[in-house]
Design a protein around this ligand. Structure first.
Ligand SMILES: [Zn+2]
Ligand SMILES: [Zn+2]
Length: 309
């Protein structure tokens, strides 16, 4: 139970033999969501033993290929494996044309119902809502329209004190109300306050995904005090001009955003293929924001994240 993020790919535009373009899986109380789907994402799902068919929804940030070139392959494999549960896909409106063209040319009709949800980019909006999570967009500042995504775990229910429930013979139909905070009144009219029947729930967590973007403080109110932030850090500080030109961030930019938003922990990634080692990224970020960690393929970050070393 809880919230975790597994990194499938942490590279930027060009993959290497061991590094994959952006994709990650957000797991919230055992429901799984895919965020971006760079080339090779389905192989990375298999390598990390994450079942493709358990993915409920896919969120695509923007239409640079390193964030969605793996999508047609993944949804086609789900089809070939006989998926029948629905799939929701969120992304820029033009993505639907791309997918339909690819499917039509192959004369493929997917075996499962799928719904495409076109996103706009002006302001943060609630785009997805289920039993366990809300997802909001985070409008980012990149060369083409781009959204990050904010995952907010829903408030959990209060926990029953099993012995008290048993002793009082509380009928089953009363249980959901008690988990929501109601008192119990027995047949004689005696009132048992909720605090005697339950304990408070664990707190709910939040995760913000911000890739790709140049430094922009406009996102601060949206990601304020999230428990975990992923922020791209394509370059080091000595390539600040290059970062500006390509509308990407440096490690220090990412850390400055994390500090100003007072987040719990920061993961940096989306590294340029020019780097072979990321210690300098980590050092530059940590100078500004201590709780910074490097995204690497195959790593899982539990929220709240504590360095396990
Ligand atoms: Zn990218
Ligand atoms: Zn991009």
């Amino acid at each position: 139970m809880g919230l975790s993020v597994t990194i499938l790919g942490a590279n930027s535009a060009i993959p290497t033999a061991t590094r994959y373009p952006t994709a990650q899986v957000v797991d919230i109380n055992q429901s799984r969501y895919l965020v971006d789907c760079g080339e090779g994402a389905q192989m990375q799902l298999r390598r990390n033993k994450i079942k493709l068919q358990r993915i409920k929804a896919i969120f695509i940030s923007h239409l640079h290929g390193d964030h969605y070139f793996g999508l047609i392959g993944l949804i086609n494999t789900m089809h070939m494996l006989g998926r029948n549960i629905p799939l929701d896909i969120f992304g820029p409106p033009e993505l639907l044309d791309v997918l339909n063209l690819q499917l039509d040319l192959a004369d493929t009709k997917l075996s499962y119902p799928w719904t495409f949800h076109p996103l706009d980019f002006g302001e943060s909006k609630l785009i997805y809502d289920d039993d366990g999570v809300e997802v909001h967009t985070i409008p980012l500042d990149h060369g083409i329209p781009c959204n990050g995504f904010l995952f907010k775990e829903k408030k959990r229910k209060r926990k029953l004190i099993r012995e008290r429930i048993g002793e009082l013979n509380i009928p089953l139909e009363q249980i959901p109300k008690i988990k929501d905070g109601a008192d119990f009144v027995d047949e004689k009219g005696e009132v048992y306050p909720n605090s005697a029947l339950t304990t408070p729930p664990k707190r709910s967590y939040s995760y913000a995904y911000c890739s790709d973007t140049q430094y922009n403080e406009r996102i601060l109110p949206i990601i304020d005090r999230v428990d975990l932030l992923y922020h791209e850090a394509t370059f080091l500080e000595d390539r600040k001009e290059r970062a500006k030109h390509t509308k990407h961030s440096t490690a220090k930019d990412a850390a400055t955003i994390a500090k100003k938003a007072q987040v719990g922990s920061l993961i940096i990634g989306h590294y340029s293929a020019r780097y072979f080692d990321f210690q300098d990224h980590l050092d530059e970020a940590k100078e500004v924001f201590e709780h910074t960690y490097l995204a690497r393929e195959g790593m899982t970050f539990d929220v709240p994240y504590k360095n396990k070393k």
